[in-house]
Design a protein around this ligand. Structure first.
Ligand SMILES: NC(=O)c1ccc[n+]([C@@H]2O[C@H](COP(=O)([O-])OP(=O)(O)OC[C@H]3O[C@@H](n4cnc5c(N)ncnc54)[C@H](OP(=O)(O)O)[C@@H]3O)[C@@H](O)[C@H]2O)c1
Length: 278
């Protein structure tokens, strides 16, 4: 590490979420001071009057925008927050992005144009989508995961690796400034194979049933997900689950000098924590 981490304060947006919580853990373990920034702390991506107070006096920021800001709002919001950060002297910014998603590219370009010393971490699907967030309750309670992924293969990435990569980028001076780091897990799995590995780890009978993206959107609406949010998710799934992401990326090995965590380890850890107990 080249940066003096003892005096480094990093703003972590989405610190209560899947990736932000791991970025906060990795940053704390590396000796950084973490300033959490989500709505609970008075930071709202959709209210620019809330940004300056959170950014003031910090050295760096991890930016993760919420999934339910619909396009083109994402690029606008990322560009505006990044410009505000640069204006406040917070030049070192790491943005979480997605492999293979058009609206994520627009957000990356808005970051590039902001004048920041930027790094983009482009992630594959998270392994933790199976253990945290909206998919978990259904799998846990009914033993079935209904999802519009067909037989497509994904190299699910463990969000703990995302936290480690983000913090390594933040604490390596300029080494990763101006770079896009694509991160994935070490193996391609279908969603059915992933659920089978979770079933093995838990000892429960768990199954996967594929539906169309449109039918999945209707299910979400039936569960009370607001129309705009359901529409943004369906659009994302239609794009991301067409096979375009069925390849490995080596950002974890490149930045951390070790193999990415395997899906089987994720499944065993989450099962041991009782995640899928019926
Ligand atoms: N899921 C995947 O497989 C995957 C893969 C690649 C990239 N991504 C990207 O990852 C992002 C989601 O990240 P995540 O999974 O780490 O988050 P997450 O678990 O969905 O949590 C969302 C976080 O954002 C905060 N938040 C929500 N609305 C907010 C608002 N209006 N203003 C400020 N904070 C807000 C939430 O806290 P509060 O409720 O307290 O505000 C929470 O901390 C999306 O941009 C998605 O495109 C996801």
């Amino acid at each position: 590490m080249t940066q003096d981490t003892a005096n480094m304060t990093v703003v972590v947006t989405g610190a209560s979420g899947r990736t932000g919580s791991r970025v906060a853990q990795s940053a704390t373990a590396a000796g950084l001071t973490v300033r959490a920034a989500s709505r609970a702390q008075g930071f709202d991506w959709q209210d620019r009057s809330t940004w300056a107070r959170v950014l003031r006096g910090a050295d760096a920021a991890y930016l993760v925008y919420p999934s339910d800001i619909g396009a083109p709002g994402v690029a606008e919001a990322v560009g505006a927050v990044a410009r505000e950060a640069v204006g406040a002297g917070v030049r070192r910014l790491v943005l979480l992005s997605s492999r293979g998603q058009d609206r994520a590219r627009d957000a990356e370009e808005a970051l590039h144009a902001s004048g920041a010393d930027w790094t983009v971490v482009r992630a594959a699907w998270f392994a933790q989508n199976f253990s945290e967030g909206p998919l978990v309750e259904e799998l846990r309670l009914s033993g079935e995961l209904v999802f519009p992924a067909g037989e497509v293969r994904e190299p699910f990435v463990d969000v703990r690796d995302i936290g480690d990569v983000v913090v390594a980028a933040l604490t390596s001076g300029d080494r990763y400034a101006g770079q896009t780091l694509a991160v994935s897990g070490p193996r391609l799995l279908t969603f059915g194979e992933a659920v089978a590995e979770i079933a093995e780890a838990t000892g429960r009978e768990l199954t996967y049933r594929s539906v169309s993206a449109r039918a999945y959107g209707e299910r979400l609406a039936g569960f009370g997900v607001p129309e705009a949010a359901a529409g943004a998710l369906v659009e994302a799934f239609e794009q991301l689950l067409d096979g375009r992401n069925a390849y490995l990326s080596d950002g974890v090995r490149e930045v951390l000098g070790r193999e990415p965590r395997d899906f089987g380890d994720f499944a065993r850890d989450a099962a041991a924590a009782g995640t899928w107990k019926g």
